[in-house]
Design a protein around this ligand. Structure first.
Ligand code: IFM
Length: 756
């Protein structure tokens, strides 16, 4: 492997606004830190667990789109104390082999964070290059050893993972034993074992571990090669489930030992012959060497940053937190994979089992539309490929068209658990899979947003139009005509999940109405511009022109709960009659309102979990005057508990648009702290909150940056807090890049022809 630019490997980005550093070691905070510092490249995510492991560590690598449901899962999980378990096996993102595991011995003692005295430790995630650097010193039996390691998951070649370790005995000489391991003996939370059929082999220059998931038989192949500079010989071992390369060397005081390890990963999702691909790619990677691999990955990151970075002048902490959000957003999705979409916790933790929610389309997706449209397209194609399952779900519930899964995995089948048992053994029903139907409008919204921003006609013709029409069909069949001759949508859960069985949720009804109208528009467009395609599509989905009249009638007849007198949307029918509770009186609180009040009482109050009408007014509110936005914000904001991580960012956005900058900054800081405030326990332990991170980007661009999407241009009405001096960001718009620079209430847009 090349070593000539070895020194550059360790060179950290100078600017502290481009990196996040965690000092020391706090076992309680470790699960959250592992997610925050995770290495993500859209293909895989690797939690930043210390390489040698510890009792506080939960190392995990997730490969995007690799789900499995083990039949033993429920039983195994049930045996785990204090673990809320579902009764039936639910597909989950599989924990894949731990590719960066190391075992280090000084003499006959393990050189590990929990043995010996940790004298110092610093871990830094360099967002600009996508590199995790760890520096630590361990004292043991009067001997001090300095270590540093570097890991990255290439963004240039997403199947390549690299690790470098340097060990320096500061004040001693003696034997060091080092093992570079690819450890397949891994399980999911609750000791659930998804991996079976292990096979390992050696080949010229490396080793290969092949395993498969137990139910779907998805093959996972990891090839690895490692080298310890200066070591004369090594021994390869395989334990059946792990590949181990082992060196024993006589280390000399002050002389660093350096190990380079490259791992390549392919699955049978990627290629019918993943083992060959992993070996082939490993050979190419080894020929290049880690410094060159890093250079390529860093350039790929630089390219993505050039269309995604948001610069906040004068606030170092916000700048760093913003880049943390953007790093995780970029790393959450793979533009080359149309069959995977980011789960609610990205590829960084097991909470929500990697399931895909509306979080993707409404919270994360706009970031990709306006910074990297190919990724946005891939995410929509994931929904296109899962359209058959959405059709089945609609049919199963007695409706037409497409009802998307509330929680989705690779197949698109709804995998929302119908109930859970909590730790006390109580059975709790989960109704979101049955009632949270607005996702079939949120996805339509994303289709339209992408089409409007990119004018990607090929997408609309080949996939988007069909999705839109099927979702419009769903809503036409979902709405019922009432005795009042108006249309109603009954028994739903809106974004505010504290109120189930809701009739006429303003969010759901207005979004449904919007989908029906876009459906009508698309049909007109197809008929006028692409008559042949329209004929094919209409034939393939069995479309009857009579449906159009129904769509018109339902769209025009749907109630929306808007009262012109007050300017308010009633969140759902009967909401005003619920008990009003002063949320302030519970402050400061560190528990959610369902815990504090109990579920039954909570549902009889006006307390809202997350932005609902406020969200609606952002999505569809451009035609309403400021007074309506203001009235609804003033009414709903004090009733919102923000007990969902999806809430604060959109309150920041709405407050910024209203010019309430102090409040907006407070909400923005709250959104940013969801993953980063380690003092609040282990919020990020189950993975970073992707929706909150996507919401931060939207708060910056649509809120503080004041971006409005007009018919064929972008308009900017910024509200940049004084403390921030300037806010700068690029936007992808119809094949061009706009550069926006805003301060106070003014924006400069380059080139001016595209935005004003
Ligand atoms: O999709 C969200 C939902 O809106 C609130 N509960 C958590 C889900 C996943 O993030």
């Amino acid at each position: 492997m090349a070593t000539h630019t070895e020194r550059d490997l360790w060179a950290l980005t100078d600017d502290p606004r481009w990196r996040m550093t965690i000092e020391g070691w706090n076992p309680q905070q470790e699960p959250g830190i592992e997610a925050v510092l995770a290495l993500v490249n859209g293909y895989q995510g690797t939690r930043a667990a210390v390489e040698e492991g510890s009792t506080a560590s939960t190392p995990a690598t997730f490969i995007n789109g690799v789900f499995d449901a083990s039949t033993k899962q429920a039983a195994q999980a049930a045996a785990t104390p204090d673990y809320a378990v579902i009764a039936a096996p639910t597909p989950e993102l599989v924990v894949a082999p731990n590719w960066s595991r190391l075992r280090i011995m000084a003499g006959d003692k393990p050189l590990a964070i929990e043995s010996g005295e940790l004298l110092e430790q610093r871990r830094t995630l360099d967002f600009r290059r996508g590199v995790l650097l760890r520096e630590w010193r361990i004292g043991q039996d009067g001997r001090t050893t300095r270590l540093r390691s570097l890991r990255f998951a290439s963004l240039h070649e997403r199947h390549v993972l690299c690790q470098v370790l340097e060990i320096t005995p500061e004040d001693w000489s003696g034997t060091i034993t080092l093992e570079a391991i690819v450890d397949g003996a891994v399980t999911n939370e609750g000791s659930v074992q998804h991996l079976v059929s292990y096979q390992s082999s050696a080949f010229d220059g490396g080793m290969l571990l092949s395993t498969a998931t137990s139910e779907k038989q998805t093959r996972l192949c990891f090839a690895t090669a490692a080298e310890l500079h200066g070591a004369a010989s090594s021994a390869d071992q395989d334990t059946g489930q792990a590949l181990i390369k082992r060196w024993q060397v006589e280390a000399r005081q002050g002389q660093p030992l350096t190990m380079h390890k490259i791992v390549t990963v392919f699955t049978s999702r990627d290629d019918p012959n993943p083992a060959d691909r992993a070996v082939e790619r490993l050979n190419e990677a080894v020929a290049l060497g880690i410094p060159a691999l890093l250079e390529r990955s860093a350039s790929a990151w630089a390219e993505r940053w050039s269309t995604a970075d948001v610069e906040i002048g004068g606030d170092e902490q916000m700048q760093r937190q913003t880049r943390f959000a953007l790093y995780h957003l970029i790393g959450s999705a793979n533009p080359d994979d149309e069959y995977a979409s980011p789960g609610a916790r990205s590829l960084t933790g097991e909470r929500y089992k990697g399931h895909v929610f509306w979080d993707t389309e409404i919270f994360v997706f706009p970031f990709f539309v306006y910074t990297h449209p190919p990724t946005a397209r891939a995410l929509l194609m994931y929904r296109y490929h899962t359209l058959p399952a959405a059709r089945d779900k609609a049919r199963a519930h007695g409706y037409r068209g497409a009802l998307y899964a509330w929680e989705s995995t690779d197949s698109g089948v709804d995998v929302t658990p119908p109930f859970v048992y909590n730790a006390a053994g109580e059975r709790l029903e989960i109704l979101t899979g049955l009632q949270e139907h607005h996702i079939s409008a949120d996805i339509a919204y994303a289709v339209w947003q992408y089409w409007h921003a990119t004018q990607d006609e090929q997408f609309l013709l080949s996939a988007g139009a069909e999705m839109l029409l099927e979702m419009a069909r769903f809503w036409a069949s979902r709405a019922e005509r009432g005795e009042d001759d108006r249309y109603h949508i009954r028994k739903v859960i809106g974004p505010d999940e504290f109120h189930e069985h809701a009739d006429d949720s303003a969010y759901t009804n207005r979004m449904a109405q919007w989908v029906l109208r876009r459906g009508l528009e698309v049909v007109d467009w197809l008929k006028a511009q692409h008559a042949a395609r329209w004929q094919d599509l209409a034939a393939s989905i069995g479309f009857d022109d009579g449906e159009l009249a129904t769509w018109h009638e339902v769209a025009d007849g749907l109630v929306d709960n808007f009262d012109p007198q007050t300017g308010l949307f009633e969140q759902h029918r009967g909401y005003y009659d619920l008990e009003q509770v002063d949320l302030q009186s519970f402050e400061p609180r560190n528990k959610t309102m369902d815990v504090l009040l109990g579920w039954n009482r909570l549902t009889r109050t006006q307390i809202i979990k997350q932005a609902d009408v406020v969200m609606l007014l952002f999505l569809l509110g451009d035609r309403y005057p400021r007074e309506i936005h203001e009235a609804n914000f003033r009414f709903y904001e004090p009733r919102t508990s923000h007990d969902s991580s999806l809430s604060p960012s959109f309150h920041a956005l709405a407050a910024a648009r209203l010019g309430e900058l102090e409040l907006a900054r407070r909400y923005f800081a709250q959104a940013a702290s969801i993953d980063l405030d380690f003092t609040k326990g282990v919020t990020a332990a189950g993975g970073v909150h992707s929706a909150a991170l996507g919401g931060m980007w939207q708060a910056l661009v649509f809120g503080f940056g004041g971006m409005f999407v007009e018919a064929d241009r972008l308009r900017f009405e910024p509200h940049v807090p004084q403390e921030w001096s300037t806010l700068r960001f690029p936007i992808q718009w119809r094949g061009s890049t706009l550069h926006v620079s805003a301060s106070g209430a003014t924006a400069e847009v380059m080139p001016p022809s595209l935005g004003f």
